[in-house]
Design a protein around this ligand. Structure first.
Ligand SMILES: [Zn+2]
Length: 102
């Protein structure tokens, strides 16, 4: 009688252990999924951003703070850049005219 009860207890313990390991497995899966959701690769530089590196969602892309800073700089100096492009075009035009006088 006592032996039978012990066997039942053993079975229950084993079942409990199996259930616990399944639950642990599920927890790990959920955690991995959660982590992956927080992880984003920067569209510009490809850096994997996870917690330590701020990353911003722009449209359907993720861009890290470093690239955003560079982008901001590029935008701030855009008119300067455009001026220098226009100047270069003008120089090319003048050189062309100098080489091909009409
Ligand atoms: Zn980046």
């Amino acid at each position: 009688m006592k032996k039978g009860a012990e066997q039942e207890q053993d079975k229950a313990d084993k079942r409990k252990a199996v259930l616990e390991s399944i639950v642990e497995g599920r927890k790990m899966e959920a955690y991995a999924e959660h982590r992956t959701k927080e992880m984003h690769a920067c569209w510009f530089c490809g850096t994997i951003c996870y917690r330590k590196k701020p990353v911003k969602n722009i449209g359907s892309r993720w861009v890290c703070i470093d690239c955003l800073k560079e982008l901001k700089e590029a935008l701030e100096t855009l008119s300067q850049w455009e001026e220098s492009i226009a100047m270069q075009k003008e120089i090319v035009r003048q050189v062309d005219e100098g080489l091909n006088p009409q």
